[in-house]
Design a protein around this ligand. Sequence first.
Ligand SMILES: Cc1ncc(COP(=O)(O)O)c(C=O)c1O
Length: 389
Amino acid sequence: MSSQLTRRDWLRASGLLTAGLSLSRFAPAEAASSTELTQTTFTNEFAFAAPPDTMPKLRARLFANENPLGISASAKEALVKAADVGNRYAWMEFGQLKQLIATDEGVKPTNIMMSPGSSDILMAAADHFAKNGGTILTSALTYDDLLQRAEKFGAKIKALPMTKDYTYDLAAIKASITPDVKMVYIVNPNNPTGTILPTAELEAFCREVAPKVPVFIDEAYIDFYEPADRPKLGKVVTDGLNVILARTFSKIHGFAGLRLGYAIAQPEMLKTLHAYTNGDFAVSITTLMAGIASYQDKDWQNHCRAENAKARTYTTKALTDLGYEVIPSSTNFILFPIRMKTKSFENQMYSQGIGIQTREFNGQPFCRVSVGTMDEMAIFIDGFKKVVG
Ligand SMILES: Cc1ncc(COP(=O)(O)O)c(C=O)c1O
């Protein structure tokens, strides 16, 4: 297996959970009760159908929610400059990037810890909050890297059904807070559903819940919000609440391979998490310098957001025209139910050089397709038509 394929993200990509949860419009309604998930329910259901050596030959790489446009020219220039200082430990650079982020978010640099991608922050939180057992409260259809890790280290996962619109049911989560709950895990926008929570509701939720139990909000896809609508939860952190925000440069900045992310939280919480990760010092000077350039390059971010929206609209319409019901997405991926077994679908797509992911939930097979370039999405739709006839 190639090193690419052995990456943890891929092998433990967010499998939908098989517990008995309702999928409303897409599957016969089943008991909408909360579900205690055991270790076995979190085994990954996703497996690549194609042999690894077909990966480089893909015509459309739509399985990992990457930025198909690459990194910005400004980030590339910074990478080249960074080569000249590659002999130096990064020191000033993470301070500089934290200052930029802090100013935007209305927090202090001491509220920020950098990391090599946000996965490190997720893993650190899982290790910490699971180590003495207890329960992590979340939603049934969500990204499960943190959950799998927490379960491995002793926590129970309680995954509540989503609302009929495939968003987190915040009221149900609030009602399920018990002394045993160690942390609430929310992904907003959510992976794999692509849905978002209304900002005011999420803020009110944090204000009510965080005084009782830490709230971890995984904002990996936050940059796909239009800037004016984007939740600014930094203020709940400056108000002293125990909320942890996890961010990544892997998506709109295109840094999935360069690895850059950060957490925004109370300084004491960052100190706690730092016991499980090297934090700031785990990030290379090259990545940091490129990150500083990319963070300030709003034109590039706007361009990527606009191109993503265009290709997403095209794909959604094409699938809808074919009679498929697509969950409205605010991200760089789309989830929709398919009418054949996942393995057979994967095989037929991969054999055409089209990489996607599939999920099986409640007996209903789904396709999760990342939003690539317009060309890639045209290849996807064309290939999909051939498969479904
Ligand atoms: C919801 C969510 N959180 C976190 C991550 C981890 O991203 P990274 O470690 O590249 O920052 C991903 C990756 O796809 C994701 O989908």
